[in-house]
Every structure is written in structure tokens, then in C-alpha cells.
Write a protein that binds this ligand. Structure first.
Ligand code: PNS
Length: 160
């Protein structure tokens, strides 16, 4: 039987419990889910790519079925390099849809066999985003229910 491989790309700055929820759902439809962190992001990140890779590997306990990689340049080029896996994205609220829809159609224009599957996280994560988590942490708010423990510790260290 051929292995079903999916690619879960994103900034993951940092990974939240919402991302983890999407990952656990992804495991039901793919044998291997590659987490891929974008390197050339125009946003100024809180964590370096190396820090994010290390944190996510720790959270996923170096599970061989969820390798963590980084990529540069266009997502479609990385997809081609990996042999055309299906791409996974989380969809929380309607505003995500507009961005995702535009991105999917552009990716398909660039690479006609590009395929994307959207997974909805549990409703308790619909309001969780990496940027909000960072803002709340910066302003002294409580984020321990929003991110896994290694992320919580890393944010605390960064913000101190
Ligand atoms: O977690 P994010 O920030 O929503 O992830 C966005 C990501 C990394 C999936 C997207 O920005 C991306 O694919 N960037 C790579 C560059 C690219 O291919 N741009 C054209 C997309 S239409």
C-alpha cells in the first residue's frame, strides 16, 4: 500500500494548541504529515526557524510520522520537490477562508496539480492564533491553555 503523505505548511511562530489539534486530525487522513515552516517570511518572527523546528520536534517527540522541515521560496516549488503531497491547512473562521481561497487558487495557477485539504480545529480553538498568543503574552496575559508547555516556556524566556 502506498504511504499517504501530507504537507502542513505555515509560519508556526509559535505553534499553538490549534495547530496541534489540526495535526491530530491530519493523522487520521495521512500516514505521514510533514510540518513545513516557511523561512523567507516577510513578517518579523518572535522565534527563529531553528528555534521553531526544535520546539515542534520536542512537542511531537520526534515522531517519525510527523517530520519537521523548513522551506524557502514558493510553496508549490517545495510541493513539487516532495513529489506532490496534498497540502493541509487549518480553517477556523470565515476570514481565514478568503485568504485560503485566494492562496489555493494562486497555487493552483502556479502548479495545476496542487491540491489542498482544509481541516477545522475544535471550536475551542477558533479564536486562537499565533499572533494573538504573542500579543497576550507580551502584555502579561495568560496563555497556558493556548499553547503547549515547551512553547509557553520559550515565550516566557523570550519576553523576559
Ligand atoms: O501560517 P501562515 O503564515 O498562515 O502560513 C502561510 C504560508 C507559509 C502557507 C504561505 O505564506 C506560503 O505558502 N508562503 C510561501 C510563499 C508562497 O508560496 N507564496 C505564494 C502563495 S499564493
Amino acid at each position: 500500500m502506498t504511504e499517504r503523505i501530507a504537507l502542513y505548511p505555515g509560519s508556526f511562530d509559535p505553534l499553538t494548541n490549534g495547530h496541534l489539534d489540526v495535526l491530530s486530525r491530519a493523522r487520521r487522513i495521512a500516514d505521514r504529515v510533514i510540518v513545513a515552516i516557511l523561512e523567507n517570511d516577510s513578517k518579523t518572527p518572535l522565534f527563529t526557524v531553528a528555534e521553531r523546528i526544535e520546539m515542534i520536534r520536542e512537542i511531537l517527540k520526534d515522531d517519525p510520522s510527523t517530520p519537521v522541515l523548513s522551506f524557502n521560496g514558493l510553496l508549490v516549488d517545495f510541493v513539487k520537490k516532495l513529489g506532490d503531497p496534498v497540502v493541509l491547512r487549518g480553517l477556523r473562521v470565515l476570514s481565514d477562508f478568503e485568504y485560503e481561497f485566494q492562496m489555493a487558487l494562486m497555487n493552483r495557477k502556479l502548479h495545476p496539480s496542487f491540491e489542498v485539504v482544509y481541516l477545522m480545529p475544535d471550536e475551542k480553538y477558533t479564536y486562537v492564533s499565533s499572533s494573538m498568543v504573542k500579543e497576550i503574552a507580551r502584555l502579561g496575559g495568560k496563555i497556558d491553555e493556548l499553547v503547549p508547555a515547551p512553547v509557553l516556556n520559550a515565550i516566557r524566556k523570550k519576553i523576559q
